[in-house]
Design a protein around this ligand. Sequence first.
Ligand SMILES: Nc1ncnc2c1ncn2[C@@H]1O[C@H](COP(=O)(O)OP(=O)(O)OP(=O)(O)O)[C@@H](O)[C@H]1O
Length: 258
Amino acid sequence: MAVTSPANTIFIESLNKSYSQHTVGELHYIIKDVDLVVKGGEFFVLLGPSGCGKSTLLNMVAGFVSKSSGNLRVGEAEVGRPGRDRAVVFQQADSSLFPWLTVRENVEFGLRMKRIPRKERTAISDKYIGLVGLTGHEQKFPRELSGGMKQRVQLARVLSNDPAILLMDEPFGALDAMTRKTMQRELASIWRNTDKTVIFVTHDIQEALMLGQRIGIMSAGPSSKITDIYEVPLPYPRDIYAPEFHALYDRIQSHFDE
Ligand SMILES: Nc1ncnc2c1ncn2[C@@H]1O[C@H](COP(=O)(O)OP(=O)(O)OP(=O)(O)O)[C@@H](O)[C@H]1O
């Protein structure tokens, strides 16, 4: 099971992101006064309607988008730029995989950059290719893979770099329902065997409940914030037929019916 590590804890205090609206000369807040602590080793889901600012918040934690004001730290370190401690998994694996490299070469890319010797690289890529269920496909190119397999390659590549924090932006959003369920189960199992902190963005309540230890609800934008946080005290793997699952689903759904 994942363990708590203060070094991988994400601290967000009074965080704002605004853009100036030139036409009206005002500030337009995407997110406003966001407060959140994601504990080291925790699986936290950010759930909210389309366009509310989930990706913006995730990209601020990744260091891709600068904050307008507020505090954003990982452990003791202020977040100002991307770092090796944080890795992002995007919805479209296509844009993150190199089409001219095989599965193994894609997974080993970051390890090569770090000049990890070949033998060690192979051992690491074997481990993560196995973990995401792609053993036997090492020599294939992205064009020879299904969408779900490409997403697995992306995940294996990110995991092989061993970031302390995984930032996942609707990573299974483009997959068919069956593959999506498999990937959710596998991700939950991978996370339980590591000490990684995960922030997972989705607008799918069922997916949020399949994965998260806690679920943060973001209000519709502009000036979006995290209005409620739900604990999900259900064991993994989650049973979507459990009455407790349904009860939580209904409670969360009611936020979006209002
Ligand atoms: N560079 C920018 N300049 C101005 N507005 C922006 C910029 N980037 C994003 N926005 C706006 O911020 C809002 C939030 O966008 P964001 O992509 O973070 O939402 P989201 O919740 O992830 O949406 P989705 O679920 O549809 O992916 C949107 O209204 C978007 O138009």
